[in-house]
Design a protein around this ligand. Structure first.
Ligand SMILES: [Zn+2]
Length: 74
């Protein structure tokens, strides 16, 4: 049985969210986690990143509305 089809993998897939992060320097990162424990820092410039979007296990997408307005997040 492959890992993808194992009960544990299926369980994890049903509870894990995907988070998209971005830094003001342009660096982007994708994180898969049950929940966000802490805001990640940018690997390039060491500043705190901001969340661009999150996708829940059932496929629902949340977008950071401030990014849709003018591309800047404060
Ligand atoms: Zn950066």
């Amino acid at each position: 049985m492959s890992w993808e089809r194992s009960p544990l993998a299926r369980h994890l897939k049903s509870i894990i969210n995907t988070y998209g992060w971005k830094c003001k320097c342009g660096e982007e990162m994708i994180m898969s986690a049950v929940k966000v424990q802490s805001i990640p820092t940018c690997l390039m410039c060491d500043k705190l990143m901001y969340m661009m979007y999150s996708i829940n296990p059932s496929g629902g997408v949340w977008m950071n509305k401030s990014l849709l307005l003018d591309g800047e997040f404060e």
